[in-house]
Design a protein around this ligand. Structure first.
Ligand SMILES: [Zn+2]
Length: 285
């Protein structure tokens, strides 16, 4: 089987290394990077098991959950300022925080996730609104949503073009798609090189901005806005993640700071942009 770039379908690439010895390919044509699928095959059932979400603490009402709901709220407020309203579907809904934030803002919101554990948590927040599975296999009729959101999920998918084509089909013409992906052109990616924290086996590809814009355009999604993706974070949230996905100096620094800070400061939330890009697109008529 020929290995091709998931962003632009080019087979031409050089081998690179990523964090933890990941075998990456750097596309000669669009500059994006992606996992070598011969070495890192896609195994969703084994990857997104009940253990996968342990470092995040998805329990509704936990500091981690509240923080994710705040991030979701900031992003929904951006969409509302652009005129978005109506039926919303959140892909990769995890603990249901975006569905909760969207319902609170008047959207008729639904979620879906591949993980049975995530689905059971999300259903405790939004009963009857959460489906288990993937949008390609779901029975949604064409043009049945006004808004589709996909945060921290598209880069986990082996075939983003197929996913985005299905998104465009399920959205009504003029409907809004909003998505975040790791940003290979970001300052953190350029400064950190092979130790960039986004390099991990669950992330199948790392697009350049130009490559992701072209992918949106060729799947019928017209770019309306893009910006660095801002997130609400705290040390209480980051520390377990840094232990689960160690970054050499940062993990030790975080453990030290975490031990020495009082609880109020550990849980204090701040807003940062950490190497991800947010794109808002509209389905073309
Ligand atoms: Zn490419």
């Amino acid at each position: 089987m020929a290995i091709v770039c998931p962003l632009c379908d080019s087979p031409s690439a050089a081998t690179r290394r990523g964090r933890g010895g990941l075998s990456l390919r750097a596309c000669d044509d669009c500059g994006s990077r992606y996992l070598d699928v011969a070495i890192h095959p896609y195994r969703p059932a084994a990857t997104y098991d009940d253990e996968y979400f342990t470092p995040w603490d998805m329990r509704p009402g936990s500091p981690s959950w509240m923080q994710r709901e705040e991030t979701a709220g900031m992003r929904l407020d951006l969409l509302i300022s652009m005129g978005a309203a109506g039926r919303l579907l959140d892909l990769g809904c995890a603990g249901g925080y975006l569905v909760a934030a969207a319902l609170a803002r008047g959207f008729d919101a639904f979620g879906m996730d591949i993980s049975s554990h995530a689905v059971s948590v999300a259903r405790s927040v939004a009963p009857d609104r959460i489906k288990q599975g993937v949008i390609e296999e779901a029975s949604y009729p064409p043009a049945s949503f006004d808004v589709i959101t996909a945060f921290d999920v598209v880069e986990h998918h082996p075939d983003p073009a197929a996913l985005l084509r299905r998104v465009a089909e399920v959205l009504r013409p003029g409907g809004v798609f909003v998505v975040t992906v790791p940003d290979l052109d970001s300052l953190t990616a350029r400064l950190m090189g092979a130790s960039w924290p986004h390099y991990k086996e669950e992330h199948r590809f790392y697009p350049t901005r130009a490559a992701f814009r072209r992918l949106l355009a060729r799947t019928g999604l017209g770019l309306a806005r893009e910006t660095g993706a801002r997130k609400r974070l705290s040390l209480a949230y980051l520390d377990p993640l840094l232990r689960a996905y160690p970054v050499p100096a940062l993990t030790r620094l975080s453990a030290f700071v975490f031990r020495t800070l009082p609880r109020a400061l550990r849980e204090a939330r701040f807003t940062v942009t950490i190497g991800e890009r947010l794109y808002v697109a509209r389905r073309e008529a």
